[in-house]
Design a protein around this ligand. Structure first.
Ligand code: FAD
Length: 369
């Protein structure tokens, strides 16, 4: 008999954890595969094959709205404070929205660095904690028990704002079902995610090269400008490096699409039919649409995908400079189709697993250059 549980999803799994927190027998947990990607592992002895896990799986369930939100309002956005944009990957839309939620006694969930620079979803109830969520981390964020905590917060009557990749937001929506329609969500236009293990090895190599402990890593350091991936590291001694040869290897590997989670190469969420109430991304193509709006600190693209999303955007618009545009003017590939697997991907993983990050990064950063 074919497994009627989440194990049957195989490499299509997004790693969202909805199944883990839904299983009535509590017999699913997340575990790393050899490359470090998190997948659900089922205790087959206690699994009753009830199929509850499959009913909340964003790889299995079709949760696309039949129709897009009418006219799907689309905005080009800059936070009015430059210091906010300095800390943000693009125009700081996330900070404006989360400020509003926090100022109204709400809580915010998003990706931050935890212990050993692990990228994980955290809950922020203050602006200081929220600042840890700012900036893109090009690593899969571990959701841990976030879905449970989000549900608890929503049940307590708090305003909850959750940000994540579209598959994470889709998983959350399936997990919550119809019970908490007031939870606010933003998804990101997403290239795909590498596993934490590769990033951890990269960080370890930087630390051993410099004999210092990394305190913070920024993937899109605005010291160089907002276009491109400029990685900087700040050590606990206060020393800061940016775009060194080693730091550039991770940026090159990420951009070459060589080390993404397998499901990212077939992602059904890489389309205009979005999962969040809002979608936030870089406004690539701004130079064609409104060149005078661009500067070196970045511009966000925001889609309002629901009435809730549109209200939220208008509630925060006082802290933004923005203009209205249309969805097709700001087309980028990840709104049309998923990232294409780099032809050297299998060879990269083979070398990475056999010889480690340093060897694989040096070899493939040259090949893909
Ligand atoms: C893995 C990844 C791939 C992306 N790919 C694209 C792309 O192809 N095209 C594009 O236009 N934009 C992409 N983005 C989005 C873009 O980089 C910015 O995150 C977005 O423009 C928001 O910027 P901001 O200035 O409003 O806020 P920022 O302060 O930069 O907000 C960051 C937000 O992103 C969330 N976040 C950060 N890292 C992660 C993570 N690993 N997983 C889940 N959520 C995370 C935070 O929780 C926060 O809500 C990607 C982001 C990530 C994390």
């Amino acid at each position: 008999m074919k497994d009627n549980n989440i194990q049957s999803v195989g490499e299509q799994c997004f790693g969202c954890t909805a199944c883990v927190h839904t299983c009535p027998e509590h017999c699913i947990c997340m575990g790393e595969d050899s490359k470090g990607f998190l997948y659900p592992q089922v205790d087959e002895e206690n699994c009753t094959q009830c199929g509850a896990c499959l009913q909340v799986c964003p790889a299995v369930v079709d949760i696309f709205d039949a129709e897009l939100y009418p006219d799907m309002p689309v905005y080009g956005v800059k936070h009015s404070r430059d210091e906010v944009r300095m800390l943000s990957a693009s125009g700081g839309a996330f900070t404006a929205i989360s400020d509003y939620v926090l100022e109204n006694d709400g809580v915010v969930y998003g990706a931050a660095y935890g212990e050993s620079m692990r990228v994980e979803h955290q809950r922020a109830a203050t602006k200081e904690m929220r600042n840890r969520l700012c900036g893109s981390k090009y690593v899969q964020s571990d959701l841990n028990d976030s879905f449970l905590r989000i549900r608890e917060d929503a049940a307590s009557g708090k305003t909850v704002y959750v940000t994540g990749t579209p598959c994470q937001i889709a998983g959350l929506k399936l997990f919550l079902g119809d019970t908490y329609p007031e939870v606010l969500t933003s998804d990101l236009v997403c290239t795909g995610v590498p596993p934490y293990k590769v990033f951890a090895d990269f960080v370890q190599l930087i630390e051993s090269q410099h004999q210092q402990k990394a305190k913070h890593i920024i993937f899109r350091d605005k010291q160089i400008g907002w276009r491109g991936t400029h990685i900087s590291v700040e050590f606990d001694t206060g020393m800061k490096l940016i775009d060194t040869e080693l730091l550039c290897t991770y940026a090159q590997l990420y951009e070459s699409l060589i080390m993404l989670r397998p499901c990212c190469y077939a992602c059904k969420y890489a389309c205009y039919n979005r999962q969040g109430d809002l979608t936030i991304s870089d406004f690539w193509g701004i130079e064609e649409v409104r060149p005078e709006f661009e500067d070196t600190l970045g511009v966000s693209l925001v889609f309002a995908n629901s009435r809730k999303g549109e209200h939220l955007f208008h509630a925060v618009s006082g802290s933004l400079e923005y203009f209205t545009t249309d969805a097709h003017a700001c087309y980028q590939e990840r709104l049309g189709y998923p990232s294409e697997r780099n032809p050297f991907s299998s060879a990269f993983w083979k070398d990475y697993l056999a010889r480690g990050y340093g060897y694989a990064a040096e070899k493939y950063a040259k090949i893909i250059d």
